[in-house]
Ligand binder design. Structure first.
Ligand code: ADP
Length: 188
């Protein structure tokens, strides 16, 4: 039984096994949550990302995929880097599928490492421009389906929303999906 929880906060402070980074395909750092993770986690994360670029991911990590590194000085054990799609209405269906893939692949990578608890930011909902409510619907729907199936060994998947607006939107969408409660619900 995996609990899906929502908290307002900073993902770099989460005491979980794996935190997910909304990276870009270069894996070499960026702004937003990516910048915060590298800043707080220290240079070890970037060094591992550079090694990944020099070996398996020479052309960068494709959109919708995920790869893990150390979490450096963060409280977590691993950072799972995933590349969300840039929002573009004209290719909505393909890109929505890529966004869902970010969540599925991140959970798969985390579970393979032996993680039991995973924290996600709202992938693509920052600089990449995905409308928050729709990003929340895709995120919550995909994770709820994954923990009912391939990711069922996880004990908690936590969404860490940056600011009250993002938290409120996720909570509202989650409630609308029939999850009930006050924004911190178990998923049976
Ligand atoms: P993307 O490029 O995938 O849109 P961003 O990092 O720009 O990624 O934004 C993704 C989401 O992460 C946004 O909702 C942003 O507000 C949020 N965010 C930024 N910093 C943090 C943080 N330290 N912890 C959690 N979420 C964060």
């Amino acid at each position: 039984m995996t609990r899906i929880t929502l908290v307002e906060g900073d993902i770099t402070e989460q005491q979980v096994d794996a935190v997910v980074n909304a990276a870009n395909s270069s894996l070499l750092g960026g702004g937003g949550v990516d910048g915060a993770i590298h800043r707080k986690g220290g240079s070890q994360i970037l060094e591992e990302c550079r090694r990944l670029r020099a070996s398996h991911w020479g052309r960068g990590l494709p959109t919708g995929q995920a790869v893990a590194t150390t979490a450096g000085r963060l409280p977590a054990r691993w950072v799972v880097h995933t590349v969300g799609p840039v929002y573009w209405e004209d290719e909505y269906d393909d890109r929505a599928e890529q966004l869902a893939s970010c969540y599925r692949e991140s959970l798969r990578v985390a579970a393979e490492l032996g993680a039991r608890t995973v924290a996600f930011p709202a992938v693509s909902a920052g600089v990449y421009g995905w409308p928050l409510e729709d990003a929340a619907r895709i995120a919550l729907g995909t994770v709820a389906a994954a923990v009912a199936g391939p990711a069922r060994e996880l004990t908690e998947v936590r969404f860490v929303l940056f600011g009250t607006a993002a938290y409120g939107t996720f909570e509202q969408v989650w409630r609308g999906m029939g999850a009930g409660g006050e924004g911190r619900q178990g998923q049976d």
